[in-house]
Design a protein around this ligand. Structure first.
Ligand code: TYM
Length: 352
């Protein structure tokens, strides 16, 4: 048995990967695979909580595997698998749900956000529980969406992962995972699950902003730069990014849309370039057009080689199938062992 710490993370199969996924998760996977016992998966069951188009799901899964490989995940070093190829996860999801409160699930920020979107609730009031429960129209929020954090906790706990590299938006889910692990251990008086931690090479977890001046880059926000974007599309999106009228006085505070561009620049450009533009902002000589050109250039240096490889790999179905088959075997082996322990601990015993 390997002594290395176990790293596990996943991305939902809901479409192409964007720079938020890349800097929040994927680029860390690539850097971690040499030093950890790494497992990276495609969360297709989680994708069902928001998108229900059966014709697209498998293509999305295939795409993300191609994107994983194109970004540099090496199947010789890391286990790559598809969540639904590990049926043990679904069984343990049912078992763990017995220890999860509907109240704590309903208070989860991402649940409220998504419920609000699905029910068309316009207000940003926090107490939307009654609207969710009392809604008797055809619109409904599924129990699957509510129990999203249970499923995510099971993904992690069934592999007994120690480190879970994710972006800032996933920290609450990780906190719940730790809580469920502690609760299970203490309820049954066992020491079965480690408490997993986020990991960002010593830095704080990132939140990659969108180009529309608002908060985070996200598929449902329509503000994404995708790894698969061609040069022209990407340049166009960056050049159209929201800014402001420019600084009028030296050392003026930076507005949110412009700070977002600086954040992207910090992720993609050399430190001296960031300093140069920060100084230009401070002395009011900045030209946002130049900043955007620089940003597009530096993003393309990262994304274009990945894009080329994605396009090559997308057609190579045989390679993708071989990799996930191998990955599923390894993931199932560990998952089956944990599930057997959980069943035993919870009192589910077979007649012999
Ligand atoms: P998903 O598909 O929403 O996001 C995948 C990863 O991308 C990160 N991310 C971002 N990071 C920084 N800035 C952004 N704008 C940004 N947008 C997305 C997310 O933090 C995430 O790391 N629930 C997970 C999928 C999952 C999972 C797991 C992860 C299911 N089971 C077990 C780890 C362990 C998710 O939100 O995926």
């Amino acid at each position: 048995m390997s002594q290395k710490e176990i790293v596990l993370s996943g991305i939902r199969a809901t479409g192409n990967l964007h720079l938020g996924n890349y800097f929040g998760a994927l680029s860390k996977f690539v850097r971690m695979q040499d030093d950890y016992d790494s497992m990276f998966f495609i969360a297709d069951l989680h994708a069902l909580t928001t998108s229900t188009d059966p014709d697209k799901l498998h293509a999305n899964v295939k795409n993300i595997i191609a994107e994983y490989l194109a970004a540099g995940i090496d199947p010789e070093k890391a286990t790559i698998f598809v969540q639904s190829d590990v049926p043990e996860i679904s069984e343990m999801y049912l078992l763990l749900n017995m220890h999860v409160g509907i109240g704590e699930l309903m208070r989860t920020a991402s649940f409220k956000d998504k419920a609000r979107k699905q029910l068309g609730i316009k207000s940003d009031r926090d107490d939307i529980e009654n609207e969710i429960i009392g809604n008797d129209s055809n619109k409904r929020v599924s129990a699957g969406l509510l129990t999203y954090p249970t499923l995510m906790a099971v993904d992690i706990l069934i592999q007994k992962a120690n480190k879970v590299p994710v972006g800032k938006d996933q920290e609450q889910h990780l906190e719940l995972t730790r809580r469920f692990a502690r609760r299970f251990n203490s309820f049954y008086g066992v020491d079965l699950f480690p408490e997993p931690q986020n990991f960002d090479f010593g830095g704080a977890p990132v939140k990659v902003p969108g180009l529309d001046g608002s908060g985070k880059m996200g598929k449902s926000e329509g503000n994404c730069l995708y790894l698969i974007d061609d040069e022209k599309t990407l340049r166009k999106k960056v050049m159209r990014a929201v800014t402001d009228e420019g600084p009028k006085e030296p050392n003026q505070p930076v507005s949110q849309p412009v700070e977002n561009l600086f954040t992207l620049l910090e992720l993609t450009s050399a430190p001296e370039i960031v300093t140069q533009y920060r100084n230009a902002y401070a002395d009011c000589s900045i030209r946002y057009g130049d900043l955007k050109k620089q940003l597009a250039e530096d993003i393309l240096k990262i994304t274009l080689p990945i894009r080329e490889r994605i396009l090559d790999l997308q057609g190579d179905e045989a390679t993708i199938a071989r990799i996930v088959k191998q990955g599923a075997e390894k993931a199932r082996e560990r998952a089956a062992k944990t599930l057997a322990e959980v069943r035993h601990i919870m009192g589910i015993r077979r007649f012999v």
